[in-house]
Design a protein around this ligand. Structure first.
Ligand code: AMP
Ligand code: MN
Ligand code: MN
Ligand code: MN
Length: 285
């Protein structure tokens, strides 16, 4: 049996809907051998995840990961970090900076919502981002979207982005995330490998995508996320060619945020045959 690997998942420490334990239980049910937890700008789930797994009979490797929010020519670009030292004090201080940026941005988004006549979303979104034990998870636009849905301002999550939170919409705030160069260096500084997340999901033309991948590689990025699950075959092949051209390894992940019809841990994840897996030299093989 080939190993079942999923290198992209979220918990309640960012915008995932499941607690750490719930996520890991589901990963066991889905028969995963390796799971990376990659919360937005947070590694808070890693320690409890490792602790929970050590108490299990069924083996499963937890890969310490992160998904950093970066900005590139006005686009939100996500960079995944794997095998990071999640206790590195410098890295944790840097994540604290990102956290502050997230709170500032949430305040600015909610101020724009107030101008559009929707009052009091910030405390609701902050409450949704809180864990049951009172710890604060990273506040994301997903929490603001959920608050808008709960209040009946929009019919669903998607509409919250289409009407208010998406690029160019009423309550959009231009991202002031770190550069992709900085994102890569933060991850490598914490001993990790940097991978460009879901390259097929940015709203970029082929020409700009080419440019993004080429800059990502030039700045020392090591991999491209090439999960076939969410991609049209043609785009998947295009991205695989770009990976080859820039000598990038391949990574796979479901970007699991919680149970849904469209997304499942470990489902439909396959690398093109001629791409070197990011995990080829990890101590899991
Ligand atoms: P943030 O990182 O705070 O900008 O929040 C963005 C998160 O919202 C993403 O990580 C997705 O999980 C979620 N999301 C869901 N639908 C959309 C959408 N249409 N556009 C942007 N983000 C979305
Ligand atoms: Mn998310
Ligand atoms: Mn992402
Ligand atoms: Mn993600």
């Amino acid at each position: 049996m080939p190993m079942k690997i999923d290198l992209h998942s979220h918990t309640r420490y960012s915008d995932g809907k499941l607690s750490v334990d719930e996520l890991l239980m589901r990963a066991h049910t889905m028969m995963l051998d390796v799971l990376a937890i990659t919360d937005h700008d947070s590694v808070a789930a890693i320690e409890p995840a490792i602790r929970w797994q050590t108490e299990q009979k069924r083996p499963m490797r937890i890969v310490p990961g992160v998904e950093l929010s970066c900005a590139w020519h006005g686009f939100d670009i996500h960079i995944l970090g794997f095998q990071i030292n999640h206790q590195c004090p410098t890295f944790l201080a840097r994540l604290e900076e990102q956290s502050q940026r997230r709170v500032d941005r949430a305040e600015r988004i909610c101020a724009k919502l107030e101008k559009a006549g929707i009052q009091g979303v910030l405390p609701e979104a902050m409450a949704l981002a809180q864990l049951p034990d009172g710890a604060a998870g990273q506040i994301t636009r997903a929490h603001i979207a959920r608050a808008l849905v709960n209040r009946g301002e929009v019919i669903d999550f998607d509409q919250a982005f289409k009407k208010y939170l998406g690029k160019g919409k009423k309550a959009h705030v231009k991202p002031d995330w770190i550069s992709i160069e900085k994102g890569i260096s933060w991850i490598k500084g914490a001993g990790g490998q940097a991978v460009l997340a879901h390259p097929g999901r940015y709203d970029l033309s082929a020409k700009w995508l080419r440019r993004l991948v080429s800059e990502f590689a030039a700045f020392g990025g090591q991999g491209l996320e090439l999960s076939q699950g969410q991609l049209a075959l043609q785009k998947w092949q295009f991205l695989a060619e770009l990976a080859k051209e820039h000598k990038l390894m391949g990574s796979v992940g479901s970007d699991f945020h919680g149970p849904s019809r469209w997304c499942e841990l470990g489902r439909n994840l396959r690398l093109p045959d001629n791409i070197q897996p990011l995990w080829h030299d990890w101590p899991i093989n």
